[in-house]
Structures are given as structure tokens and as C-alpha cells.
Ligand binder design. Structure first.
Ligand code: BGC
Length: 344
């Protein structure tokens, strides 16, 4: 396999963003840029071999600059919400940007989605990938600690698009990294109502009207949120006010990447499995996606795509009984999330 690199565009500070192409012999092609670790396209064949781009996104660097709701970008330093945009750490109160009402969302004003990442690339007979690195400085967006983050994107001959993260800090900090892909296995022609989904979770994090955790974990016992068995999305989403924007707690039987979710589009036969080492996955059905034109000049609208963001629970810094997101200087943060594509 190999990596092709071309110039994607130039930023206002004269730095260049690259566009990388990873392709395997099974017909899968992934394009991504080191601006925000943004995935530009993912071509996947259907039953008849017809290729379709299964992610939303943008054609140009200019469009990637936004504003847009984290379409296919990396998210950090803390993915998801932090209540009242503050937390206490080591006896000190830290204040973050209030960019979601009075709360904090997805790392702040200039998060990891809006920075240019350093990169190196590699390829062998079975795998091709890009290693992206970013040094997030002490107090950047209000977070303590110089944090060195490495994210390795790769595609292999088993149709796995893997995103592997590692990070190290020089002071105690809170960290919750994710990638925010917007998927539509039929190529963003229609909503995701004709997709089926299964989520390997028997509980979820209860949230209030501002999507902030109440602190309670709710057991799933049937109803529209329960996806322990594969179900069509359309009939379930219609039972909800806005759609899905829920943090599911993955049922884990082993260490290492666990199957968290399966998405299937019966008409085309395209299927995507998501495996992760993270404890939870945010299932977001693009409820707030309006007023934006994406690649091919397509008008983006509510419920056009689904996001399965592998991560820790929202607001963990303020919820001591949630799995910890604290990273100490003598530790290494690691996460692996794999998207595996099938045709059935
Ligand atoms: C959140 C949504 C938010 C979206 C875009 C998702 O991760 O769960 O509430 O609107 O990201 O920012």
C-alpha cells in the first residue's frame, strides 16, 4: 500500500495543509488532511461494487476552516461537554470557554479540530498511514499542562480505518479525545432513517435539557434508546423530540478494542463496525445540522448523518464517580478506535 500526498491549501499564516490519500486493493479510499485531522472522504463499494462516499464533509480547505460542527475532525482537549465551563484540579479552579450556552463543548474556541498537525507517513504491504502530532501548550484553551498528542490514522487490507491516539503531559490535566466522523452509508442523499444500528450498551449517561450529565446512569430496558438488538433508526428517532445525542456505556468483556456499534444500510449492503478501547460512545444523529452546504454543494440538514464518537463520559472532571479522565505526567494516554467496512 502507499500514501499519496498533495497540497490541500494554504492557511492565512502561510502554512500548508496537505491532503493524504490511503487506498487498499479492496476498493476503499480514504482522504484526509492534517488540518484538524479532518477526514475528507471515504469511498466504500456496495453489493454491486458501486463506490459511494460514506462521510459528509468539504471539498476545500477553505470550507474546512468553518464554522461547522466538527465535521469529521479530531476533537480535544476534552470532547463533549463540561458543566459551567469549569473544573477543579489539585485545589485550583480552571475556567474554560463557554461555547455551548454557559457550558464548554469539544475543547473550546480553537480546539484540536482547528489546528494544523505535524505529520509523517508510512506504508507497508498491508497498511498505509499518517501519524499526526500536536503540542498543545500549557493553559491553551484554559487546560493545564503541555500535552503532546500523537494520532495515527491508517487503512489496511482488512478494510479497517484505525485511529490510534497517545498523549503525554507535564502537569496533571483532563483529557478526552475523539474523532467526530459524520457517516451516511448511502452517501448523504437521504437521512439516516433507512440505516439500522446496534449499540453494544446496556446503559447510558442521563442528561438534562442542556445535554449535561445529571450524574445518573440509566439501564436500558427497551424503548427508542435501546439498541442492544439491531433496529431501523427511522421509527425510533421519530419517538424522540430531537434525535439521538446520548452517551452509551459500552458493555465490555475484554481489554483492547471492543465492538461498540454496528451500522447497516440494507439497500446498499454497506456495513460499518466500530471497535474501541474507550468506555463509551456518543451516538449523535446530526440533530443540529442545518444551514450548511457540504461537498458537491449538498445542503446539509437534520438527521443526514450519524456520529459514533468513542470517548469517556461527558463532564467527567466534575463527576467523580465517572471513569477518570485525569492524565498525570507519569502516565501515557492511549486510545484505539477502528472503523471496519463490510458489504453484506
Ligand atoms: C454533541 C452534540 C453537538 C455536536 C456538534 C456532538 O458530539 O453530542 O450535542 O451538537 O457534537 O458539536
Amino acid at each position: 500500500m502507499k500514501v499519496d500526498t498533495e497540497l490541500f491549501g494554504r492557511l492565512s499564516n502561510q502554512e500548508d495543509a496537505q491532503l493524504f490519500t490511503l487506498q487498499n486493493s479492496q476498493g476503499i479510499t480514504v482522504k484526509l488532511t492534517n488540518f484538524g485531522g479532518t477526514i475528507i472522504s471515504v469511498l466504500v463499494p456496495d453489493r454491486k461494487g458501486k463506490l459511494e462516499d460514506v462521510v459528509l464533509g468539504f471539498d476545500s480547505l477553505e470550507d474546512c476552516l468553518g464554522p461547522h460542527p466538527y465535521i469529521n475532525t479530531l476533537v480535544g482537549r476534552y470532547a463533549n461537554r463540561i458543566a459551567n465551563a469549569k473544573f477543579n484540579l489539585d485545589g485550583k479552579e480552571y475556567h474554560l470557554a463557554q461555547n455551548a450556552g454557559t457550558n464548554h463543548l469539544h475543547g473550546g474556541i480553537k480546539g484540536y479540530d482547528k489546528v494544523l498537525w505535524n505529520y509523517s507517513q508510512y506504508a507497508d504491504h498491508d497498511r498505509a498511514g499518517i501519524m499526526m502530532s500536536y503540542l498543545s501548550f500549557d493553559m491553551e484553551e484554559g487546560y493545564p499542562g503541555n500535552l503532546k498528542v500523537d494520532v495515527h490514522f491508517s487503512l489496511n487490507e482488512s478494510n479497517e480505518l484505525a485511529i490510534e491516539y497517545s498523549a503525554a503531559t507535564d502537569r496533571n490535566t483532563y483529557l478526552n479525545l475523539t474523532h467526530h466522523g459524520y457517516f451516511n452509508l448511502n452517501g448523504a442523499k437521504n437521512t439516516i432513517y433507512d440505516h439500522e444500528i446496534q449499540i453494544n450498551a446496556s446503559s447510558y449517561v442521563e442528561t438534562d435539557k442542556d445535554l449535561m450529565p445529571t450524574g445518573k446512569i440509566i439501564k436500558l430496558k427497551g424503548g427508542p434508546l435501546d439498541f442492544r438488538k439491531m433496529k431501523l433508526i427511522g421509527p425510533e428517532i421519530k419517538k424522540l423530540e430531537s434525535g439521538f445525542d446520548h452517551c452509551y456505556i459500552i458493555d465490555r468483556e475484554k481489554d483492547g478494542p471492543e465492538l461498540a456499534a454496528v451500522v447497516y444500510h440494507p439497500a446498499s449492503g454497506r456495513k460499518m463496525e466500530v471497535y474501541t478501547t474507550e468506555p463509551a460512545i456518543q451516538f449523535y444523529s446530526s440533530n443540529f445540522l442545518t444551514g450548511l452546504r457540504g461537498k458537491g454543494n449538498i445542503k446539509y440538514r437534520k438527521h443526514l448523518a450519524l456520529c459514533l464518537e468513542a470517548q469517556h463520559y461527558p463532564d467527567s472532571p466534575n463527576q467523580p464517580h465517572f471513569p477518570s479522565t485525569l492524565l498525570k505526567p507519569d502516565e501515557i494516554y492511549r486510545q484505539t478506535t477502528i472503523h471496519k467496512f463490510w458489504v453484506e
